[in-house]
Design a protein around this ligand. Structure first.
Ligand code: ADP
Ligand code: UDP
Length: 348
């Protein structure tokens, strides 16, 4: 009995604290998440290679950089939050005595609410933590924060090959073969996003779902953090050092940021193919893949995104003489033969 009373008291104290911090947090003006994401996305798509504009620099400074945990919210107007003031002050008129009696239903409702709230918090704490995306988020848009202190890996130790090409061109198929023969780690950005989308407790499930179905590029912060964590796991736990990063970077901001904060790539393996062939492959894959985007409507949107948003990335690396182009329209084995012959000297 005593124990249960103590635990209820503790729960009440905890709940009161949480309610207090919640009431403070409510004072931070925040836009709707998805709307902000869309704005961010549309801003990102405006970034041009020709040089960082002041707006871009400000965007990077405000939204993309920094490691600090989210700062505790400050009340927007401290005066208005104070309980002291004329009401209830020393000179204020005293309420009649029987008002105390009338207050008990409110106290009871508050107590029940507080205990329930504390129980919800306890339940949350017990859930297994899966540190896929770190807690550090930007205050303004809810996206994970990226570091801005240079690449975490040295390209002399960690080799990254980007694998690009239209949807259904065969990137995943060819990567699987390279893994088998040459011991690469295959990281598919699309697979990591789908995994995160269905992970229990993720903050990004709805966001990822919407972007994938619409054939759009998920904000880079999410994808880069997923890739970086997957790389760290493979390096720390399995001593791996050669990575095929499949289906990434699909947008210029991703390419620049990944090379800046994770590691510069060795080169890009680019599979070229006509849309009719890719459509047939995707529709065939759609019969069993269970993917929300292997249908005609999403396929057309993905082709458009690929041409408008991802091809500039290929052209950018081409300008640096860092693209190996392979015809993806042949049979699986014929494509693989070309891949190996084109990059044999770089596979060791
Ligand atoms: N060269 C090829 N010829 C015919 N079918 C292929 C070829 N490469 C891949 N496929 C098939 O096409 C579909 C898409 O391939 P996948 O590797 O998943 O593409 P991506 O990763 O580029 O989306 C899969 O069902 C795969 O089996
Ligand atoms: O860096 C990435 C990679 C993938 N995607 C999303 O994931 C989808 C599927 O990508 P995946 O590489 O799995 O499949 P593909 O389109 O190449 O068949 C894309 O259309 C995008 O919506 C993304 O937003 N960012």
């Amino acid at each position: 009995m005593n124990v249960s009373f103590r635990s209820t008291t503790r729960s009440l104290q905890r709940a009161t604290k949480s309610l207090h911090s919640l009431s403070q947090a409510r004072q931070i003006p925040r836009g709707g998440n998805l709307r902000t994401f869309r704005e961010t996305q549309s801003f990102q798509s405006n970034i041009r290679l020709s040089g960082a504009t002041a707006a871009h620099r400000s965007f990077v400074r405000n939204y993309v950089t920094g490691q600090d945990q989210q700062q505790p919210p400050k009340p927007s107007n401290p005066q208005t939050t104070s309980a002291s003031g004329p009401i209830g002050g020393p000179g204020a008129p005293r309420p009649p005595k029987d008002d105390k009696l009338k207050a008990w239903p409110f106290v009871l409702i508050f107590a029940i609410g507080a205990v329930t709230f504390a129980a919800v918090l306890d339940n949350k704490k017990e859930r297994p933590k899966m540190p896929v995306i770190p807690a550090a988020k930007s205050d303004s848009d809810g996206l994970p924060r990226l570091r801005d202190d240079g690449p975490i890996f040295d390209p002399k130790d960690i080799k990254v090959i980007f694998v690009l090409g239209g949807p259904g061109v065969g990137k995943g198929t060819q990567c699987a073969k390279l893994v088998k023969d040459y011991g690469f780690v295959h990281l598919s950005a699309g697979d990591l996003l789908r995994e995160e989308q269905s992970r229990d407790g993720t903050d990004y499930g709805d966001l990822i779902k919407t972007y994938i179905r619409e054939g759009k590029i998920v904000p880079m912060e999410v994808t880069i953090v997923l890739l970086e964590n997957a790389m760290k796991r493979n390096i720390d736990q399995n001593g791996k050092s050669k990575f095929l990063i499949d289906g990434f970077p699909r947008q210029m901001d991703q390419a620049l940021k990944f090379e800046e904060v994770v590691v510069p790539s060795q080169f890009t393996l680019f599979f070229d193919c006509d849309e009719d062939t890719m459509t047939k492959r995707l529709l065939e894959r759609g019969k069993t893949s269970g993917r929300s985007d292997d249908n005609m409507e999403s396929i057309l949107k993905r082709f458009r995104t690929f041409k408008e948003t991802s091809m500039p990335v290929v052209n950018y690396f081409e300008g640096q003489k860092k693209v190996v182009k392979v015809d993806g329209g042949k049979s699986i084995d014929a494509v693989y033969k070309d891949v190996v012959s084109h990059i044999a000297d770089r596979l060791k």
